[in-house]
Design a protein around this ligand. Structure first.
Ligand SMILES: [Fe+2]
Length: 437
């Protein structure tokens, strides 16, 4: 494809890209459509997944009532763990194996949606979780066949899990996050009701907002699909194909929405316009990165979140208990350092990203792209109350070797970067990310 700033594929490079997306219904109050939609997918007896906090919210009650009113029988699983682990995925799978259901409904944040995906997979095609996990942690065994229908209803405006085929978890033996990734895990339908975010506390809106921003910026600056080696067979083309003309569309709009609305959505729960805009940005960025993939900030984040139990960081707005670095925070803490480095690969794209996020870029030269984007990210983080770098969540330089070790296995993400990133680069990036301003 020669238009849209994409060159023809080089010898051995992929000459095409594939777009997959769930059916999406978006709008305030649309959670009331859940029962009718579940029935039309052939569901009669449903496994309903949520977590203990979401189970107390009115959005969950509206979802449950809609299912019951449509005559569906429910098997409730409300034990989803925020930041799921290999153990919590397997517990959920045992529940799903014992429940004779013909479909899955998930209502909650990314942890809930990802747990429902894993439970559906492991109860349909039982195997150890690592058999399906990404290389090199697991065997990356292909999902053997179709899964039962899954209706995903996100209650945070962040992960995009409702439109992707990725289920992220913390491998407790490895001490780092990894994922199962397959187009077959993608929910059959997403029901996205912005009213669900009306009661979210500001720190949760900030963390999930920076997750959206990072999805868009990483996808927009990823390696181009035509620079990735062509797959052996077309059906083996990976989900993380690299940036492409389709993913660019969603990323550009999501970045503009983040620039216009992220801080407003954090500042005021009553700002329904801003919270709805961030939900739409999350949807667009989710569909985009579902075909392009993200890269280095997410790879580093998996290690940051995986070692959180060694810190004493307990963020406001999240369940009390074990230390936790919320996903969006763990991602954005390294973003300024990463984009300062990657800017040289395509200064214009990085400048455009900064401009859409609200930075002044008039008169900027190619060498200004990295510093301008990094400082705009730091400004937004500071204004939203995000901790100042890895030190702000309890890490110091002594943690860097193990953070690097936890990132190296994220081959799916690192290979999607626009330049080669190995242990020496990661070491520098972690040191630089100790402080963001
Ligand atoms: Fe993310």
């Amino acid at each position: 494809m020669i238009c849209c700033h994409y060159p023809s594929a080089r010898a051995g490079g992929d000459g095409a890209f594939t777009i997959d997306a769930s059916r999406v219904t978006f709008g305030r109050g649309c959670i009331a459509e859940l029962g009718d939609r579940a029935r039309s997918l052939g569901m009669r007896r449903v496994a309903l997944f949520t977590d203990p906090r979401v189970a107390t919210l009115s959005i969950f009650e509206r979802a449950r009532r809609s299912l019951v009113s449509a005559g569906l029988e429910l098997e409730l699983y409300d034990g989803v763990r925020v930041e799921p682990t290999s153990v919590s995925f397997e517990e959920a799978a045992r529940f799903a194996l014992g429940a004779t259901v013909d479909g899955f409904v998930s209502v909650g944040g990314g942890s809930v949606l990802d747990t429902a995906k894993a439970a559906s997979l492991l109860s349909s095609y039982p195997a150890p979780l690592r058999a399906y996990a990404n290389l090199p942690v697991g065997d990356a065994r292909p999902v053997p066949g179709p899964l039962r229908p899954h209706l995903a209803c996100p209650t945070t405006s962040g992960t995009g899990s409702e439109v992707t085929g990725i289920a992220v978890y913390d491998d407790l033996e490895l001490g780092a996050k990894t994922a199962v990734a397959s187009a077959r895990l993608r929910p059959t339908e997403a029901l996205i009701d912005p009213d669900a975010t009306a009661t979210l506390p500001a720190p949760v809106v900030a963390a999930s907002g920076f997750d959206v921003l990072s999805h868009a910026l990483e996808s927009y600056t990823a390696r181009a699909y035509c620079d990735r080696p062509a797959p052996e067979r077309p059906t083996l083309r990976p989900m993380s194909q690299g940036r492409n003309p389709f993913s660019d569309l969603g990323c550009r709009e999501a970045l503009t929405l983040c620039g216009d609305y992220l801080l407003r959505a954090v500042a005021d729960p009553a700002d329904a316009e801003a919270r709805e805009a961030m939900m739409w940005a999350a949807t667009l960025a989710g569909v985009a990165f579902g075909s392009s993939g993200v890269h280095v900030p997410h790879a580093m984040a998996y290690a940051v979140a995986g070692l959180a139990h060694e810190t004493s960081y307990r963020p406001a707005g999240y369940p009390e208990g074990e230390p936790l670095v919320p996903h969006g925070v763990s991602v954005v803490l390294s973003a300024p350092a990463v984009f300062r480095l990657t800017a040289e690969t395509d200064p214009e794209r990085h400048l455009e990203g900064a401009r859409r996020l609200g930075a002044e870029t008039r008169g900027a030269s190619a060498s200004d792209a990295g510093p301008i984007l990094a400082s705009r990210l730091a400004e937004l983080m500071q204004a939203a109350g995000v901790p100042n770098g890895l030190r702000g969540v309890g890490y110091d330089d002594a943690h860097v070797p193990r953070l690097v070790l936890g990132t190296v296995p994220q081959a799916r993400l690192l290979s999607n970067a626009p330049l080669t990133i190995g242990p020496p680069e990661l070491e520098r990036l972690f040191h630089t990310s100790m402080r963001c301003w």
